[in-house]
Design a protein around this ligand. Sequence first.
Ligand code: ATP
Ligand code: MG
Ligand code: MG
Ligand code: MG
Length: 469
Amino acid sequence: MTSVNDLRSSFTQYFVRNGHEAVASSPLVPRNDPTLMFTNAGMVQFKNTFTGVEKRPYSRAVSAQKCVRAGGKHNDLDNVGFTARHHTFFEMLGNFSFGDYFKAEAIDLAWNLLTKEWDLPKHKLMVTIYQDDDEAMALWKKIAGLGEDRIVRLGAKSNFWQMGDTGPCGPCSEIFYDHGDKVWGGPPGSPDEDGDRWIEIWNLVFMQYEQQADGSRDSLPRPSIDTGMGIERVAAVMQGVHDNYDIDLFKALIGAAASATGADVAGPGNRSLRVIADHLRSMSFLIAEGVLPSNEGRGYVLRRIMRRAMRHATLLGAEEPVIFKLVPTLVREMGQAYPELRSGEAMIAETVKLEEGRFLKTLGRGLQILADETKEMGEGAVLDGSSAFKLYDTYGFPLDLTQDALRSRGITVDQPGFDAAMAAQKAEARKSWSGAGGAATDTVWFGLADRLGPTEFLGYETESAEAEI
Ligand code: ATP
Ligand code: MG
Ligand code: MG
Ligand code: MG
C-alpha cells in the first residue's frame, strides 16, 4: 500500500528528477503576509518570488506544505465531518515554475505522474479548464488524449485565480478523480458537483497575466506555474478508498481516538471521531509553532478548533481530558516528516490537556443549558443571539461550537443578535473600566489589548524555512 509518507516522497522525488528544488514547508503562521491568518496553499511562501520581488537560486520548486483552512477566505471548518474530502489541516503537494516552464510542461508533468508513475487509470480522470482557455483545451487533448467530453469549461469563480486585487493571475485547470457510482455526486460543472463522487485532486494555476489597478490585464513576459494537490485526497485514490478518513494516517488517528474514548469506529460516533482526528492535527501543528489558545486572532481560531473537538469527545462519553492522549499517535505518524511535532510533543500534549481541563469544567453545564433552551425547538428554528452569547461568555462556548452542536437538528443561531450582545458587553466593559481607572488608562489598556492580544507566536526563528525535505 502506498502510505501517505510514501506518497510525499514519491511526489517530491519525481519533481526533483525533473529539475525541481525540494523546498521545506513554510510555517502555518505566514512570515511574509500579515493579512493572512494561516498558510492555506503551497504558493504562499513563494508569493514574492512570483511577483519578482524576491530572487531565488532556482526557477523550479517542489514542496509539501502544511495548510490550515479554518478561518478567513478559505474556511473548511464546517465541512469537517460532513464531506469525505475536507480537513482543517492538510498537506498540499505542489510544483512551481518561476518564469521557467509553462502550461504545456505543467500539464505534461502532472499527467505523466498520475497516469504513468502512479498508474491511475485514464478513464477515471477528467479535467476542468477556464472557459476562454482554448490553449489548455488543445493541450489536454494532445498531451492526455482526453476527449472534449472529459474537459469541462468553467467560469472565473472556480477556474480563474488571482493573487490579489492587482498582481499575477491566470486561468486554472483542476483534475478530478471519479470514485464510482456507489458514491453520490456529479461531475464538475453539473448540479450535483458538491457530492463526493468526483473529487478534485489537483489544481494547476497558469499565471500568465498581471492584473492592473485600472482593471486591465497585461500578459506576463515570463509566465509561471503554481500547483496544489491534497495529499490526503490522492492517498485515498492510491489506497483504493473513497474517503480521506479511511487512509492509513486517519485510520491510525481515528483508531487512537476510538480507544481513548471507548467509541466504536463503525458506530454512530463516527462523525465525532473524524472531527477529533482532524482537529487533533490542526491544534497540534499550530501549538508546535507556538500559537496558544486565547480569545483573539489566531489563538481564538485555535481555541475554537480545540473546543469543538472537546465537545465531540464529550459526545462520545469522555468526562476527563482525552485528546491530549492522542498526540503520541500523531507524532508517530507525522513526526518524521515534521520534526517540530517531535520536539514539541510534550508542550503540545500539555497545552491540549490544560485547555481540556479548563473547558471541561464548564462544558457539561453549558451543554445542559443549551439542551434546556432548545428543548422545544424543531428543524428550522433559530436560537436567539443572547442565549448563544451567554454560552460564550459564561461557559466558554465559541459561537461555531454552538452552531455545530445544533446543526444536526437543523437549528441555527441568530448571529446578528450574538454580535450585538458581544458589542454591548464590550462597550459596558470599557465604561466601567474608565470609571475605575480614568479615560487615559482605559485607552492605553484597550489599545494594547487590541494590538497585541493574547496570541503570541513564538519560535519564528527556531525553524529553518528552506531546509531540504
Ligand atoms: P474543493 O473545491 O474540493 O473545496 P479547492 O478548489 O478549494 O477544493 P484548492 O484551493 O484548489 O482547493 O487547493 C488545491 C488542492 O488542495 C485541491 O485540489 C485539493 O486536493 C486540496 N484541498 C483543498 N482544500 C482542502 C481541504 N480542506 N482538505 C483537504 N484537501 C484540500
Ligand atoms: Mg475549497
Ligand atoms: Mg475546487
Ligand atoms: Mg481548486
